[in-house]
Ligand binder design. Structure first.
Ligand SMILES: Nc1ncnc2c1ncn2[C@@H]1O[C@H](COP(=O)(O)OP(=O)(O)OP(=O)(O)O)[C@@H](O)[C@H]1O
Length: 358
């Protein structure tokens, strides 16, 4: 296992000039030995580029990749000792499940007794023990991808195991099980795992630390709770959550916060910079309050949806639409009602130029 340090940038085109020319803008990042990480972001944000640079499938156009302090920038995936699992199964159809799982170990000349032990353990973890003697050709796409996962995890001596959207072909129910399984396997085997996905649920359930990416930048690295409670960048607030954070433009001067033509007192002890700000509050914390309370803004209810485990209330202030997630036991307003939205509170975040400032 290795501690992986990146200090690099990557452009696929020669002579990059503008930010848009880079698939990865200059970044410094460390993946700790034995950690479970996810690279999360929308299509085209640079996740696969970062993963391929770590594995050695791609060389960065600038900078370096270090494994345990050793410069591996110019080394191949084999020399880096990396295992990689792709979106689609990479297995040998003519071999049995056991032979497929054993293959990466045989290649490394691991003794037969050790191979048998390790294959048995991985098959047990992935609940494939009863299929060990079956030919891979006869198995479903789900089962074949499980073999691919097993091949990625079977060696104990790898620097890291990299997964590129490995559950895409998996049936939704099994997907949920496999995500939990991977997490469990991580706890048992203590491998360094790095997992690329555009699905926040997948990232947040699998990883201890999630790297949120947008437009070639890693805008926050943190555990699920930090991404939810204190998004460091408006993109994280918007991308994480269901639905994402509500945002309102605001202006602060000497303790007075101007929000959509209303003036609110900013509570003592909350240090805010002067000037234009963006106020961010998650639907889970946007309570409906009695009229006239401090830190509230009047709004018109547009829609009330019963989602089963919660109520989703959509309200409008001027041209801004805001969502509140209420408990199903809460007194539900009706469309057309005027409500008072508690926009100021301990969970409210403030942003300047997209970055969290308070
Ligand atoms: N081989 C390539 N040549 C030129 N540009 C590329 C190449 N591969 C990726 N890109 C560009 O680099 C940027 C980042 O792509 P990358 O595949 O890393 O993103 P991603 O987040 O993994 O997206 P996806 O989930 O769609 O794979 C995109 O603008 C993409 O078009």
């Amino acid at each position: 296992m290795a501690r992986i340090e990146l200090d690099l940038a990557h452009a696929y085109k020669a002579n990059p000039q503008r930010d848009e020319d880079y698939a990865l803008l200059p970044l410094k990042m460390t993946f700790e030995d034995g950690g479970a990480y996810a690279l999360l972001g929308p299509s085209g944000c640079g996740k696969t580029t970062m993963l391929n640079i770590m594995s050695g499938l791609l060389q960065p156009s600038q900078g370096s990749v270090m494994f345990d302090g050793r410069d591996v920038t110019r080394l191949s995936p084999q020399q880096r000792n990396i295992a990689q699992v792709f979106q689609f199964p990479v297995i040998y159809d003519t071999m049995t499940v056991a032979q497929n799982l054993a293959f990466p170990l045989k290649n490394r000349k691991v003794p037969a007794a050790e191979i048998q032990k390790r294959v048995g353990r991985i098959a047990e973890m992935l609940e494939m023990s009863h299929q060990l003697d079956m030919r891979a050709a006869g198995l479903s796409a789900d089962q074949k991808q499980k073999i691919s996962l097993g091949r990625g995890l079977v060696r104990s001596d790898v620097s890291a195991v990299l997964f590129d959207e490995p559950l895409t072909v998996i049936d939704p129910h099994l997907k949920w099980q496999l995500r939990r399984k991977l997490k469990q396997i991580h706890h048992e085997l203590k491998l360094t795992l790095i997992y690329v996905t555009h699905d926040q649920v997948e990232a947040l359930t699998f990883a201890d630390e999630v790297v949120v990416m947008t437009r070639g930048r890693a805008v926050q690295v943190g555990p699920a709770e930090a991404l939810f409670e204190r998004p460091a960048h408006t993109f994280v607030g918007h991308f994480i959550g269901s639905p994402g954070m509500n945002f309102l433009p605001a202006q602060h001067e000497a303790g007075k916060l101007q929000v959509l033509n209303q003036t609110l007192d900013v509570s003592a002890g909350r240090a805010l910079p002067a000037g234009p700000l963006t106020l961010g509050i998650r639907p889970e914390y946007l309570a409906l309050s009695a009229a006239g309370e401090a830190g509230t803004l009047p709004a018109q209810v547009q829609r009330v949806q019963d989602i089963g485990t919660y109520l989703m209330v959509t309200s409008q202030i001027g041209e801004h639409s805001l969502k509140s997630r209420l408990s199903p036991e809460a007194a539900a307003p009706s469309p057309g009602d005027t409500v008072h939205l508690q926009v100021l509170g301990s969970h409210t975040c403030f942003y300047q130029n997209e970055a969290l400032v308070s």
